[in-house]
Write a protein that binds this ligand. Structure first.
Ligand SMILES: [Zn+2]
Length: 116
């Protein structure tokens, strides 16, 4: 409480250097896609380019794979945390983690994730 962070300042902030997805991020992302009947991605085409300023595990992703058209979101939930993959033109843009409030939150167990 007494936070210095107000809601309107929360959002994805660019990393100085893009990085590969961490193991837990990759596992969770693939599980979301699997639950929505989407093919697994080659993690080599994905880079983390931004992270959320609130301390949650949401990440912005740059996707080097060839795209389809359209805008998709893949909604899932596990351990009380929403996990949403955002895709534009077939390219993954964000792995969003939302616990209902801003602040640090652990990634849910992929085994307990379900489609919402
Ligand atoms: Zn956040």
């Amino acid at each position: 409480m007494g936070g210095a962070t107000s809601d309107h300042n929360v959002g994805l902030r660019p990393l100085p250097e893009p990085r590969p997805l961490a193991d837990d991020e990759r596992t969770l992302l693939q599980r979301v896609l699997e639950l929505h009947g989407r093919p697994a991605r080659d993690p080599g085409t994905l880079r983390v380019v931004s992270v959320c300023s609130c301390g949650c595990r949401s990440i912005g992703i740059e996707d080097g794979s060839a795209g389809e058209t359209g805008l998709q979101t893949y909604d899932t939930e596990g351990d009380g945390v929403e996990v949403i993959v955002h895709e534009i033109n077939g390219q993954i843009q964000e792995l969003e983690i939302w616990s209902g409030a801003y602040g640090p939150v652990e990634l849910p167990d992929p085994a307990r994730l379900r489609r919402t």
